[in-house]
Design a protein around this ligand. Structure first.
Ligand code: ADP
Ligand code: MG
Length: 283
């Protein structure tokens, strides 16, 4: 994917065969108008040439470095925007059952992902996760993974961003709402996938506990039939899935910094929530 800034416009161009740019074009053409103000304005698309032009946010918005991570206020505002998008999905004509909206993650059938991850994890040693109990949790996760997917989807279906982290969240310099960019991995699935990715990847550890509470409370407001403990349990069920996903799909050489940050935050999360995660997985 190529990104150019031309005056007030950002132009993204992709390889025509790539499904990612197609997915993002679909998002902007068919879905984004439901959330105007929460995503960049669409300027122009050319599906044949795989060109997407959107409003340039550089002047009035900032992107926070992954390494610094979001504080509580930035997280709170981001989660509010995210939940507002989910509200708009509920109130719109968007059909989550439509086959045009792909299943998260990565447009692949769930069983493929599970198989791939299983193969991969058996050869990985978690260099910075010294705590054997944490590694043991991943094993429990695999025994239960199909059931866990079902439970997450049954209780928290929505529009998934698929790469919900600092680089893709534009924070307003003044008042106003954050805008979410980079919808190339969007799909349908459990919104706890995005929220847990965000928590483990983009929140500075100083604020992790508080942001976890904020996520759960916002979720309860949206899915009114849930209560705090249930949602906390679901979030803990999602966390091994997310950790595996983050390590597996973001472990590339040019992202060493990012990898370090993710693993540090993940380890912190596991150490603080170990007993609760274990209880959620074993239930
Ligand atoms: N509409 C926009 N306004 C301002 N900056 C943008 C915009 N879209 C993208 N960017 C900048 O370009 C970066 C990469 O764009 P993104 O859409 O996330 O593509 P990628 O798939 O390469 O991550 C973003 O992290 C952001 O810094
Ligand atoms: Mg991006």
């Amino acid at each position: 994917m190529n990104i150019d800034s031309i005056n007030n416009v950002v132009r993204k161009t992709g390889v025509t065969e790539s499904s990612q740019i197609k997915n993002e074009l679909f998002f902007y053409n068919e879905i984004a108008h439901n959330f105007s103000k929460l995503v960049p304005k669409l300027i122009f698309t050319d599906e044949e040439k795989s060109i997407l032009e959107i409003e340039n946010l550089s002047e009035n918005y900032v992107f926070i470095e992954q390494k610094r991570g979001f504080n509580h206020r930035e997280s709170y505002r981001t989660i509010s925007t995210y939940m507002e998008i989910q509200e708009k999905v509920k109130g719109s004509k968007i059909k989550l059952s439509s086959s045009k909206i792909s299943n998260w993650p990565l447009n692949q059938p769930r069983s493929l992902i599970i198989n791939e991850i299983e193969t991969w994890i058996s050869s990985y040693t978690f260099p910075s996760i010294k705590n054997k109990e944490i590694v043991a949790l991943f094993k429990i996760f695999f025994e239960q993974s199909s059931k866990i997917y079902d439970e997450l989807e049954m209780n928290s279906m929505g529009i998934i961003h698929g790469d919900f982290r600092c680089d893709n969240i534009a924070l307003p310099k003044n008042n106003g709402k954050p805008k979410i960019i980079d919808w190339e991995s969007f799909g349908k699935g459990s919104i706890l996938i995005d929220l847990t990715v965000f928590l483990l990847q983009s929140v500075n550890i100083e604020y992790q506990d508080r942001v976890k509470k904020t996520i759960i409370k916002s979720f309860c407001k949206y899915f009114i039939n849930t209560n705090y403990d249930d949602v906390e349990r679901l979030l803990h069920l999602a966390s091994p899935l997310i950790s595996i996903y983050l390590i597996r799909f973001q472990r590339t050489k040019d992202k060493e910094d990012l990898y370090f940050v993710i693993e540090k935050r993940m380890t912190y999360f596991y150490e603080r929530n170990l007993e609760k995660i274990k209880a959620a997985l074993l239930k």
